[in-house]
Ligand binder design. Structure first.
Ligand code: NAD
Length: 356
């Protein structure tokens, strides 16, 4: 029986994880699974003094798939870097070898009017950000804050090995083969050696994919093109830091950070999580949008368990709820029905239950 590890985490994490469980349990009759819940991030620090406790790490290594809410919060902000909640997230990605983060961006017709872009700019927008996840300046050594020449300096190292670039580029080209066959590789090759190397290796990997069109874009231009002509993108291949930033920008095209799911793959098991953080400003008030989390369940069912049929049912249920005017606060506008986290989860669950 497949085992799913649930890591609710902090802030709104536990609230949206409840809605994920609600949806998942509907498939129990035909998809038998067990699940186990463990702490990560701030919850791990509070319980075990560690953002990635060993009991969580052990469960992660034996799980078939992992669902994660979000980590972080102001109560841990003053902790030293190595003991902060976000370290738990970096640690589980590293431990499981999850080097590729897939972030599909799509526009829900019912929310087109809510996007900061004009509706006509959003026609045919559907792309996936393939973000490298375990390298770059987030992991590069040396790093630190120290005194040099009598003054304090902060420093990090942007570094990529050839193998790291090759394996993420292959994932992007393989994905493009299944969609519009276009890859935009994002870099800053005009000023950074690491990024010149990135461009060279991506171009080399591309030789094995002559059927896929490759474009190299500078990250600053990409930030602009995402607003100017988002429909031009199909698969956007990014290094870790640029992908972190661009995928948040891409998220608002769809109306809210709360709408987007993601999958982190590359190891034996994959990890699924909404792209937003722990939203401490709205935690515990039933205000969080659970859709990014619910769509992460759909991605898990499709990618880890081969149930594209279930994923489609969930996707349609979300679309139908939005079309009926149900909205959490982050996507609410005049004339729509404002609902709580749990009520949105119930509504999606009702439609999923009716479809299976
Ligand atoms: P955030 O994504 O938590 O919130 C940004 C804004 O979006 C906030 O106004 C928040 O209320 C809103 N928002 C986010 N998700 C929402 C949802 N589902 N429904 C409704 N509104 C939503 O980012 P932040 O404020 O920069 O960071 C807060 C904490 O989360 C920090 O500790 C940060 O380190 C952490 N963080 C964690 C992750 C993760 O766990 N993957 C990712 C990003 C940030």
């Amino acid at each position: 029986m497949p085992k799913i590890l649930m890591l609710a985490g902090d802030g709104i994490g536990p609230e949206i994880m409840e809605e994920a469980k609600k949806i998942l349990s509907l498939f129990k009759d035909t998809f038998d699974f067990s699940f186990v819940e463990k702490p990560i991030g701030g919850a791990g620090i509070d319980k075990h003094g560690d953002p990635f406790p060993s009991e969580t790490a052990n469960e992660a290594l034996t799980a078939d798939a992992i669902l994660l809410g979000a980590v972080g919060g102001p109560q841990w902000d003053s902790f030293p870097m190595a003991q902060r909640p976000e370290k738990g997230l970096l640690a589980i990605r590293k431990e499981l070898g999850l080097f590729a983060n897939l972030r599909p961006v799509k526009i829900w017709p019912a929310l087109a009017g809510f996007s900061p872009l004009r509706p006509e700019k959003l026609e045919n927008v559907s792309f996936t950000v393939v973000r490298e996840l375990t390298g770059d300046v987030y992991f590069g050594q040396p790093r630190g804050i120290e005194i040099r020449g009598g003054t304090r300096v902060g420093f990090n190292t942007m570094i990529y090995s050839e193998d790291e670039i090759r394996r993420i580029a292959k994932i992007a080209f393989d994905m493009a083969r299944k969609s519009q066959k276009i890859v935009h590789s994002i870099d800053k090759a005009n000023v950074l050696e690491t990024m010149r190397f990135w461009r060279e290796i991506v171009s080399d990997v591309h030789k094995d994919y002559p059927d896929v069109h490759l474009e190299h874009f500078y990250v600053d231009n990409t930030a602009m093109q995402l607003i100017r002509q988002p429909s031009a993108f199909d698969v956007m291949l990014t290094p870790n830091m640029f992908g972190d930033i661009l995928s948040d920008e891409a998220a608002v095209l769809s109306g809210s950070l709360g709408m987007l799911p993601s999958a982190s793959i590359g190891g034996k098991q994959a990890l699924y999580e909404p792209i937003h953080g722990s939203a401490p400003d709205i935690a515990g008030q039933g205000l969080a949008n659970p859709i990014g989390m619910i769509l992460s369940v759909a991605m898990m069912l499709e990618i880890s368990f081969g149930r594209q049929d279930y994923a489609k049912i969930i996707d349609k249920a979300v679309g139908d709820c939005l079309a009926e005017g149900l909205r959490t606060g982050d996507i609410w506008s005049e004339g729509m029905q404002k609902v709580s986290t749990a009520a949105m989860g119930d509504a999606v669950a009702g439609k999923v239950a009716a479809a299976i």
